[in-house]
Each structure stands twice: as C-alpha cells, then as structure tokens.
Design a protein around this ligand. Structure first.
Ligand SMILES: [Zn+2]
Length: 434
C-alpha cells in the first residue's frame, strides 16, 4: 500500500460528508474546516483525517506513532511511519509536514475549450480597438478563425499545443477538467478534437471529460440549416468519444429549436447536455436545457427571474464563467440571486482563445468573490464540488471526503480561503497532490 500522511495542516478546508454530490443555496457556505489537522492518503484516496492533538507523537519520522481517529467508529491504532514492513504487506509511507499550510480540494473546471490551435492575439488587438465579440465574429473572425487554424494543424501538433495548457492548469491546481470540441465545425475536425481530448485523458492524472460541441458556430461553407443537419449526423460518431453534448444556444448562433433537435438526437446516443446559454442574450437556453435534463447550463451572464425559476427543483447545475465576463467586459452572472433562491452554483474558467484566455481557477474563484460577491467559502464550493458535479465526477473528487480521490492542493504556510481571493495574484501552491 502506498500512503501519504500530511501533518501540521493549518487549515483543512472543503470537508463534505460522504454522499453529498453538490451544495445548494445556503449550504454552499457549509464546507467544513478543521484547524491543526492531519490527513492520510492511501493509494491515492483520502483514507482519514483529524486533529493533530489526536496524534500522540510525530516528533521523529521513522518512529512508530500512535494515532487515534474518531473514537465513535474505530479505536486507536498504530501507524507506522517511514516505509516500515507490516504483517498486512509492504507499506510505502511518506510524511509531508504542511508547516501550517492549508490543504484544500483541487479545482474542478467544468467548462473549457482548451484544445485549440494557435492563438488569437490579433483579435485581441481588434478588441482593444473597440470591436465587440459579435462584430469580430460577424467579420469572419472569432470561432471560425480558430476553426481555420485547427484544420491546418496536425493531430499530433494539436495535442502538443493543448498539452502545454493542460500542464499549465494542472500546475495551477486543477485536478478535474472538462474539454469541449467545437473548433472543427465539420466532421473531420470535430473528431480530430475529440481524439485529442481522449489522448489528453490518457496522458494526465487529472480526471478529464469530453463534450461534443459541434454546434459552437455554423461551419464555413454550410447554410445554417445544412450545418444543424451536419451536427445531427456527427452525433453517432461523436458519442463514441464524448461524454456530453453541448450547443451554443444564443443570439446569432443556434436557436432554441435547433438546440431541441440536436439534444433530442444526442439523447438517443446517451449524451447528456451541457448548454451554452444566455451569454449574449436571454436565449431560452436555460429552459431548453432543463427540458432535456442538462447536467449543466453555462454562462448565464444575462438571466431574468424566469431562468432562476426554471432551474429550481432540477438536477441541472448553473455554471457561471466570470473569466469571460472579465475579458469581454460583459455583465457578471447574478450569483447572489441564484444562491438566495436556493440554487447550487458552479464557476468555471471557459479557457478558450477568444473570450477567456486563462484557465486559472484561483483567479475564477477570486472573481467569484470580488465581482460576484460570493463568500470565499461559497466560491470554494463553486470551483470544487459543484464544478465536479457539473462534469459528472462529484462522487469521485471535489471535496475532502473519506474514500474520494486525494486531489488536493497543499498551500504555502499562512494561507486561508479569504487570502486566496484577497491576494489574488500571489503564488500560493506548494504542491498539487493527485
Ligand atoms: Zn464556452
């Protein structure tokens, strides 16, 4: 057995009881905190945790220390530290002294487009010169620009370019990552993207989920109706590589009727929806997502009370993407109103070359606090457990829970949740554990 024991944790945050898959409304601020704590990992899973005062002696590594855990469900036991062989088998035991650092769940980023070719810095200059996202798209730029570049890029090259970003976000504490297709916009390009996502999934320790977003924009050379039919025709092949299906249901992109047709076909192939809705207009995307039992409805920069009402009592996670609000100068989502209505909320990065060229989930968390007025505890739930739910992995990761994957961030000493949002550019990670 491979074990790691983290001792002298200043604050162990993000504790959630077993069986809780998401946090709604007032409960979003309820993730537990244990001060002066230890946490034990066995074969990559969280085995147990408790207060340091329950450990008799960790003065010298390599010595046998006695550690009692919750007396209610198990008695005192002996813990061998330092690679000691026991009757139960070989133990490879590592002790990490947190030196007062915080341990928190790693980030779960449920909405990214980080498989893309090249960069769109030229459009960035257009944007600085005052052109809107819609104006850039109307000039044949935006998503279609990324699509052209993708077709000129080999699959191996696309994988290598994307892995640079994957390695970046993993180093920044993301341990679960959803990635969408949507720059192919014709069958060969879309399948190339989904194969690259599958290669990423096999190459990294993080949990990776793939979403088919053929309906990201109308591909070049198609009429709108021809392209909707093409997306529907791609679904059987996409379903072999993708976990979920997505449609950009918004003004100037795909209508509620298009979305209904595409999601209906997706359901025939077992693809649950995650919808882009209400970024540019009140699109009806939330309601059509709920109708199709979407796992998540994402963006939501522009929502009315009707969208909040539509989400009540559903299994659909609302996901807001404050990084794209920041980059595009759009309104931020009504996070406080969603929480006050008893809804859950996740935040994700929307990492993509056009509207959110950053996958830094700590920055997303800070925007959740600074711009959307979430408390640090609510923002933590939004970027961990609720993000995990929005990509279908919250039974596996997203919180400090016995039995879950030990996807954890160990911070430098002196950090707490509030400081993460307050000193929002100061490096804080000592180690990301998987
Ligand atoms: Zn997106």
């Amino acid at each position: 057995m491979n074990t790691k024991t983290i001792i002298n944790i200043g604050e162990l945050v993000g504790i959630v009881p077993e069986g809780v898959e998401r946090l709604c409304g007032a409960d979003m601020g309820s993730m537990g905190v244990l001060r002066d704590a230890w946490l034990r990992i066995e074969d990559g899973r969280i085995a147990d945790f408790g207060k340091m005062e329950d450990i008799d002696s960790f003065a010298s590594l390599g010595m046998t220390s006695k550690m009692s855990s919750r007396p209610s469900d198990r008695g005192p036991r002996q813990l061998q530290i330092g690679g000691v062989k026991q009757a139960s088998g070989e133990i490879s035991d590592t002790v990490i002294d947190a030196k007062g650092g915080m341990v928190m769940p790693a980030f779960c980023d449920s909405h990214t487009h980080l498989v893309y070719a090249g960069s769109r810095e030229g459009e960035f200059l257009d944007k600085l010169a005052g052109l809107s996202y819609e104006e850039i798209a109307a000039r044949g730029g935006g998503i279609l620009n990324s699509s052209d570049l993708l077709h000129e890029t080999s699959e191996d090259d696309l994988f290598e370019q994307s892995m640079v970003r994957v390695r970046e976000v993993l180093a920044k504490g993301t341990a679960a990552l959803e990635i969408k297709s949507g720059y192919g916009l014709r069958p060969d390009g879309e399948m190339k993207m989904l194969r690259v996502i599958a290669r990423i999934r096999a190459a990294v320790p993080a949990l990776v989920r793939a979403t088919f977003l053929g309906a990201h924009a109308v591909g070049r050379g198609y009429t709108h109706e021809e392209y909707v039919r093409e997306v529907i025709a791609m679904i059987p092949q996409a379903a072999e590589l993708a976990d979920y299906i997505d449609v950009f249901c918004d003004k100037g992109f795909f209508t509620v009727e298009d979305t209904d047709r595409i999601l209906t076909e997706g359901a025939r192939y077992g693809l649950r929806p995650k919808i882009h809705a209400n970024e540019l207009a009140v699109s009806g995307g939330v309601q059509i997502g709920v109708k199709h039992n979407a796992l998540s409805v994402d963006h939501l920069e522009r929502t009315t009370d009707a969208e909040i009402e539509a989400l009540k009592g559903t299994d659909t996670m609302p996901v807001m993407l404050p990084g794209s609000s920041f980059f595009l100068g759009l309104p931020y989502g009504r996070a406080r109103d969603f929480v006050a209505a008893g809804l859950p909320l996740a935040l994700a990065s929307d990492y993509n070359p056009g509207s959110s060229p950053s996958g830094d989930m700590r920055f997303v968390m800070a925007l959740g606090c600074i711009k959307m007025k979430l408390t640090p505890a609510e923002a933590l739930a939004a970027v961990t457990l609720n993000g995990a739910y929005a990509m279908g992995v919250s039974t596996e990761t997203g919180s400090v829970t016995r039995g879950k994957r030990a996807d954890l961030i160990l911070t430098e000493p002196g950090w707490n949740l509030t400081r993460l949002a307050y000193n929002y550019t100061t490096p804080f990670i000592r180690e990301v554990l998987f």
